[in-house]
Design a protein around this ligand. Sequence first.
Ligand SMILES: Cc1cc2nc3c(=O)[nH]c(=O)nc-3n(C[C@H](O)[C@H](O)[C@H](O)COP(=O)(O)OP(=O)(O)OC[C@H]3O[C@@H](n4cnc5c(N)ncnc54)[C@H](O)[C@@H]3O)c2cc1C
Length: 482
Amino acid sequence: MNKTTLLSIKEKFGTRASDSLMERELYSRDLAPVPSWLVKLLFNALPEIVVRPASTKEISELMKLAWTEHVPVTPRAGATTVFFNTVPVKGGIVMDLNLIKGIVAVDEEQMTVTVRAATTWGELEEYLNQLNYACKSVPSSAPAATIGGWLCMMGYGPGSLKYGSLMSQVKAIEVVLPNGRVQKYSKEMTPSIDRYAASEGTLGIITEIELEIRALTSMKHFLFHVPDIEHALLAIKNFVGRKTIPYNIHFSDAHYMRTMKDLGMAHWDTKCGCLISVDYEGSVEELSAVEADIDMYMKSDTLLTRLPDAVAEKEWDERFRSIRLKRGGPSVLGGEVWMPIKNLPSYMRDLEQMANRYGVELITYGHVVSPEHTTMMTALFADETSALKYMLDLSLVKKIQDAGYRNGGCPYGVGLWNTPYIRRIYNRAGLKRIRERKRTVDPSDIMNPGKIYQTPFMLNAVHFHISMEILAAVRKVFQKGW
Ligand SMILES: Cc1cc2nc3c(=O)[nH]c(=O)nc-3n(C[C@H](O)[C@H](O)[C@H](O)COP(=O)(O)OP(=O)(O)OC[C@H]3O[C@@H](n4cnc5c(N)ncnc54)[C@H](O)[C@@H]3O)c2cc1C
């Protein structure tokens, strides 16, 4: 960016624009513990300026400037993503959207709310609950993640099993296009709003969203223990196929249960088998019918043990705290996989073999987000302060993704670090389609460049595969001295 552009941004935004090194450094990372020497070696993750616009008009003016001067712009909201989605790789401007906040209107007839994009899910839910309404679904990062941020990602989480992806609940959006033009899209328009699902800040800045809401109802939580993953799959299929579809199903494996117990954060006694939490919402009558139905089902499944209600409720209360696993760290590395439910047992068997081969404990939990799909998080403890060991451990994240791929899965989200897997995420036609769309909307590639569409040279699939295989082989040799 030339000096005149930088100065004009500083002049216009005053204290809401900062080029101080300390602040820029803070914006050159996200939640993922990637060693900064590695990042500096590969990319220009340091923005030249961080700007906090407060209105659609300001965003539009900033985008017009970036468009004319060909300056990269990386949008950042809650920054709860971990693949460098909000970290620039070509410098430029980081646009911190956190002042674009607040509820615009609730339409009680249409059962929708219009909200500014950087309102967090926690804030929206609290607002709606006061009016006896609720969000249809939220991410497990709801206290910090924003409405716009989740819309730009995959948009599946608690509630998706019953209500579908976030995109299926969105009626309209307002977007500032890369050229600065403000455009409203509705479901019925062509091009449709769907193009913004999983666009990860590469097609414009979303400023306002109208989405469906539901009436606030009672909830009933169940927590079950099963002896193994095969049985967990059987039970999950049963719950999904019954008359009343659960609001949410979450499950965790024996390694997760044991780790939580060892960390003093478990409210259950058992250390082996699998835990399945099943949550329902509805009227009091509907919930008692569900309970009666479950009692009946349990008579036919003697291996399913129901844990006390208080434990099930505690488990639900902790639904936004999965990150507490990090206490076993110093660091946690992990791979999140979008996978067909039916392949759960073979995925888990693959992981078990991998854990034995590399002498590592792999901790897995997942969400059933549709009748056919689950998002699986498999994690391992690592230590980012020990550079060599950490690099060797990083190779296991690829091994987790490979196990997912062998079982019909792919990475959940792309950003930068998952670009080597882009051909697992999109087929040839899909990749061609999203690249063409990007070229049409943003021909100079100023919006979040270096993400999704192309793999940077050093992360190129062949280099990446070879280097990760070498690291994994070295790790295997040295694991005994770990
Ligand atoms: C503990 C934990 C639990 C999680 N649970 C879930 C889950 O259940 N489901 C799930 O899908 N993900 C989950 N995630 C990942 C992440 O939290 C979500 O994807 C989240 O919705 C991202 O929102 P954000 O505001 O943090 O977005 P950011 O991380 O700030 O941004 C995400 C992407 O969108 C872009 N962006 C953000 N806002 C805008 C905007 N207004 N206009 C244009 N581009 C924008 C950014 O450039 C970036 O590419 C979890 C993460 C953590 C740490």
